[in-house]
Design a protein around this ligand. Structure first.
Ligand SMILES: [Zn+2]
Length: 194
């Protein structure tokens, strides 16, 4: 799939909106991304993750790892496409630490690929990698459907595979050009990925 085809799939399912948004960080932006809206359609999820699978096959992972919640569906569909298993890490409600729970295990030296829906700062998926690495797993790469970090390959020391990239600008309210144009601002229904 081309970059435009991926973004089109997001736009068609309203997972990528253009407008004037107030993000959870308080910053304003002209784009809003919510992967759950594209992933609610299994056929589209299968297509996107199948395309991503083609980009990571040569890294030969043995298991797919993702951070909950954002990475769950992409991790599962990617594992399906590569005929691997998928495990996920989740945050401990008490101390916010990322953990591998539910009886999931990794073998010593088992090669894993870590995946997230959107990479913004890469914080969650980076913590997943640390956890699984700490248990003996060997990361062969990290990826996402959309890299909106401005270059995830600068954030990680392992190979990065993004299905698409998107440059998203955001501003402090006082500097927002859309506010200056007098456009009404919208707060999206759920925590935005910005
Ligand atoms: Zn604004």
């Amino acid at each position: 799939m081309t970059n435009d085809e991926v973004l089109k799939a997001y736009e068609e399912t309203h997972a990528l909106l253009k407008g004037h948004f107030r993000l959870s960080s308080g910053r304003h932006s002209d784009r809003y991304l919510q992967s759950a809206l594209v992933m609610q359609f299994p056929a589209t999820a299968e297509k996107l993750c199948g395309a991503l699978a083609g980009k990571i096959k040569s890294l030969n992972p043995q298991v797919i790892v993702s951070p909950a919640m954002g990475g769950l569906f992409v991790g599962h569909e990617l594992a399906r496409a590569l005929k691997l298993r998928h495990i996920f890490t989740e945050r401990n409600k008490d101390n916010d630490a990322m953990e591998l729970r539910r009886g999931f295990t990794v073998e010593k030296g088992e090669k894993f690929f870590a995946v997230e829906d959107i990479i913004t700062t890469g914080k969650s998926v980076k913590e997943s990698i640390q956890v699984v690495r700490g248990l003996g797993g060997e990361p062969v790469g990290v990826g996402c459907l959309i890299d909106r970090s401005g270059g995830a390959d600068k954030v990680f020391d392992i190979p990065v595979r993004a299905l698409a990239t998107l440059k998203v600008e955001s501003w402090e309210e006082k500097d927002c050009p859309l506010c200056k144009q007098g456009l009404p601002v919208v707060k999206p229904g759920s925590r935005a990925k910005f």
